[in-house]
Design a binder for this molecule. Structure first.
Ligand code: GLU
Length: 307
């Protein structure tokens, strides 16, 4: 970290380049930007192109262009996860040397069949390969052993959150059977290496946070502050994604109004009079007046979509 960053808030926006920016991701970008800038902090962009098969060619460029057109300014060149595989490998080696990892031979189907119960995130890993792979099994993924303790943290919107990893997810995957690094690993390594100390993102990632906090503990790194924002939903009740094409941002959209809508979605008291202003002005309002206490926990359909 450079000396300009010492003691500062460092926030980030970490889109996956699986399609163009949409209203749901804009909400996260606006929230993380305003909270970082209001605190006089830095703001970074990371392209989460870890899951190469899901990456859509050119989506990273489109996302960055949209962000620029919407008036965002980032303080360092965007970081690409696809250029950091060696670093993830090194961190895995460190964890492995400490005896924290074990190879697992179970297929998804086997875990489904043997899981003691379902957690929020699917079947809980029953610990089948914890003591070693049974004869004839072939190592597929690498898992991190989780402790029999509660992981607790205070979220900026959702308050006190507690999770017992063994009964919620079980020992979790850091390297997948297809050889790809897991999101849980990459996100922790990237945020820590970039000095990110304020993670603002969608509430769909709230259940992942205890896993990430446990990884920080294993690696002896300081845990960031977490703020999870409500999700913008489509009329079908699902989180807005590229499937809801109507909300994809396009050139010629009124950028100022989009920022205004995102601030409104986050419960901010942004004046009606600002609606017609250029994006930079509306965003500046957010960096001065954004109030976290006004953000609700409820996922909902944004006003722009309300019929
Ligand atoms: N890449 C994730 C997404 O686009 C966000 C991950 C994070 O913020 O930790 O939903």
């Amino acid at each position: 970290m450079d000396k300009d960053s010492a003691g500062k808030i460092i926030g980030r926006f970490a889109p996956s380049p699986t399609g163009p920016l949409h209203f749901g991701s804009l909400v996260t970008a606006v929230g993380s930007y305003c909270l970082a800038r209001k605190a006089g902090g830095r703001w970074l962009v990371r392209i989460e192109d870890l899951d190469q098969p899901r990456v859509v060619e050119g989506a990273d460029g489109l996302i960055l262009k949209s962000l620029e057109a919407l008036g965002f300014e980032w303080d360092a060149p965007p970081l690409y996860q696809s250029r950091r595989f060696e670093r993830y490998e090194d961190v895995l080696a460190t964890l492995n040397a400490e005896g924290r990892l074990f190879p697992c031979a179970c297929s998804r189907k086997e875990i489904l069949a043997s899981a003691p119960h379902f957690g929020e995130e699917g079947p809980v890993y029953p610990g089948t390969c914890r003591q070693g792979i049974s004869s004839g099994g072939r190592p597929r993924s690498l898992r991190l052993r989780v402790p029999d303790e509660l992981i607790a943290f205070t979220d900026g919107v959702f308050g006190c959150i507690e999770q017992h990893l063994p009964t919620t997810v079980g020992d979790f995957v850091l390297r997948r059977a297809d050889g790809l690094f897991a999101y849980q690993l990459a996100v922790v390594v990237d945020d820590a290496d970039s000095g990110v100390n304020q993670v603002v993102r969608g509430a769909d990632l709230l259940p992942s946070t205890p896993r990430q906090i446990y990884l920080y503990a294993c690696l002896g790194w300081p845990v960031p502050r977490y703020v999870h924002l409500p999700l913008a939903l489509g009329h079908d009740g699902e989180k807005i994604s590229k499937r809801h094409g109507v909300l994809t941002l396009a050139p010629g959209d009124d950028s100022g109004e989009l920022i205004w809508q995102a601030l409104r979605f986050l419960g901010q008291d942004v004046p009606d009079a600002l609606k017609g202003y250029p994006e930079a002005e509306v965003l500046r309002w957010g960096t001065e007046y954004f109030c976290l206490d006004r953000v609700s926990q409820a996922n909902r359909v944004p006003e722009t979509l309300e019929a």
